[in-house]
Design a protein around this ligand. Structure first.
Ligand SMILES: [Zn+2]
Length: 177
């Protein structure tokens, strides 16, 4: 795929890649967008390094002393994701993936100086469900999960392998199997 070649290219190409990725995802159902991004960025290691993906896309990630799970701040159109500083690492990883889901699926290109906060991910709104689905799919690629479950790998080992909580893993298993 053409986009993958740009990853190691000049920095100026990255924002172009971001636009290309977003275009690539237009009209794609959210279930598939995560796997398209993993393939395009050639992310093959597990657990998926969600911080590296944010970095590749020039999205800053910071910790914050906040009660919210994740905050998404646009300054002059540049996004920064803030995760709760005292959240467990699996939770921070999910938060970053969830926020990237909002960025890919719901943000406009001309955002400026807007703050989004996610107190929890349990809302029934369609956008929240889409961001959760995106997060689970980018951290737990479906085809790999199916193989591990079919091989009767213990759940805690699968959760460790993907760097997710067992709660998120169970949710993903019930959703795709
Ligand atoms: Zn959200």
């Amino acid at each position: 795929m053409k986009i993958a070649k740009n990853v190691s290219g000049a920095k100026s190409k990255i924002s172009m890649m971001w636009k290309e990725l977003k275009n690539l995802l237009k009209g794609v159902v959210s279930q598939r967008s995560a796997e398209i991004i993993l393939a395009a960025l050639e992310i093959k290691d597990r657990p998926v390094d969600i911080f590296a993906i944010a970095n590749l896309l020039e999205v800053k990630v910071r910790t914050a002393d906040t009660k919210d799970e994740v905050l998404l701040h646009f300054s002059e159109g540049n996004p920064t994701i803030f995760v709760r500083h005292d959240a467990p690492s699996v939770r921070q990883r999910f938060s970053v993936a969830h926020a990237l889901g909002h960025l890919f699926l719901h943000s406009e290109d001309n955002n400026s100086n807007i703050y989004f906060s996610d107190a929890s991910f349990n809302s029934n709104s369609i956008m929240e469900m889409q961001a959760n689905r995106f997060a689970a799919n980018i951290l737990i690629p479906e085809n790999e999960l199916i193989e591990l479950v079919e091989n009767k790998t213990p759940k805690n080992q699968i959760a460790n392998y993907f760097g997710v909580s067992e709660g998120v893993l169970s949710w993903q298993i019930s959703d795709i199997l």
